[in-house]
Design a protein around this ligand. Structure first.
Ligand code: MN
Length: 198
C-alpha cells in the first residue's frame, strides 16, 4: 500500500511569524512530498525486482529506500513536534529521563543545539530513545539516514536542511534552531512519542 503525505496538524500560516507560511508550504507540499513519492517508487521497484528475480539494481534501490524512507519518517515527526505558541520545557517522565541521561534540561539543550547547528551540510538534530540501551541520545542524521544508531526511535527531529529555513533565516542556522526551541517546539508531542517508544 503506497505511503501518503500526512496533512499538517495546523494551517500553513499557523506558525507565523517564527516559521513562515511560504517555507512551510514549500517544505511540506514539495520537499516532504518528494520523499513520499521517492519512497513509493523505491518500494515499487523492489517489489518488481522480487517478482522478476532481477536483483541488478538492488544496491541503488536499497539506498533510495533508506534515503526517502528516512526523509518521510523524520518529516512526519518534525511537523508534529511543532505547534503555535510552543517552547518552554518538558515535564513528567520525559523531563526526568532527560535529567537522568544528560544531567539537566539546560545541559541537554546546550548539547542538542550544538549538535544540530554543527550538522555538516544537510541533516537533522535528533533526540532518540534507544530501546537497546534504555537511554535517550542526541544524534546528528546526515541527509536523513546517515550517522543514525541501531535501536533508536526518534522523538524530536529538527530539520537543518537549508530548505527548512533559508527563505526566512538565510545562513543563520543557529537563529532557526533557537527559534525552534523558543517558540515552536511541542513538548507534549515529544513526551507522547517518548512514552510510546519506551
Ligand atoms: Mn526538510
Amino acid at each position: 500500500m503506497p505511503y501518503e503525505l500526512p496533512p499538517l496538524p495546523y494551517a500553513y500560516d499557523a506558525l507565523e511569524p517564527h516559521y513562515d507560511e511560504q517555507t512551510v508550504r514549500l517544505h511540506h507540499d514539495k520537499h516532504h512530498n518528494g520523499y513520499v513519492t521517492g519512497l513509493n517508487a523505491a518500494e515499487a521497484k523492489l517489489a518488481a525486482a522480487r517478482e522478476s528475480g532481477d536483483m541488478g539494481a538492488v544496491k541503488a534501490l536499497s539506498q533510495l529506500l533508506a534515503f526517502h524512507g528516512s526523509g518521510h519518517i523524520l518529516h512526519t515527526i518534525f511537523w508534529t513536534n511543532m505547534k503555535a505558541n510552543g517552547g518552554g520545557a518538558p515535564s513528567g517522565d520525559l523531563a526526568a529521563q532527560i535529567a537522568t541521561d544528560f544531567g539537566s534540561f539546560d545541559a541537554f539543550l546546550a548539547q542538542f543545539k550544538a549538535a544540530t547547528t554543527s550538522v555538516e551540510g544537510s541533516g537533522w538534530g535528533l533526540l532518540v530513545w534507544n530501546r537497546l540501551t534504555g537511554k535517550l541520545e542526541i544524534l546528528q542524521a546526515l541527509n536523513h539516514q546517515h550517522s543514525s544508531q541501531w535501536g533508536s526511535v526518534p522523538v524530536l527531529a529538527v530539520d537543518v536542511w537549508e530548505h527548512a529555513y533559508y527563505l526566512k533565516y538565510q545562513n543563520r542556522r543557529a537563529d532557526w534552531v533557537n527559534t525552534f526551541f523558543d517558540h515552536l517546539v511541542n513538548w507534549d508531542d515529544v513526551a507522547e512519542r517518548f512514552a510510546a517508544a519506551k
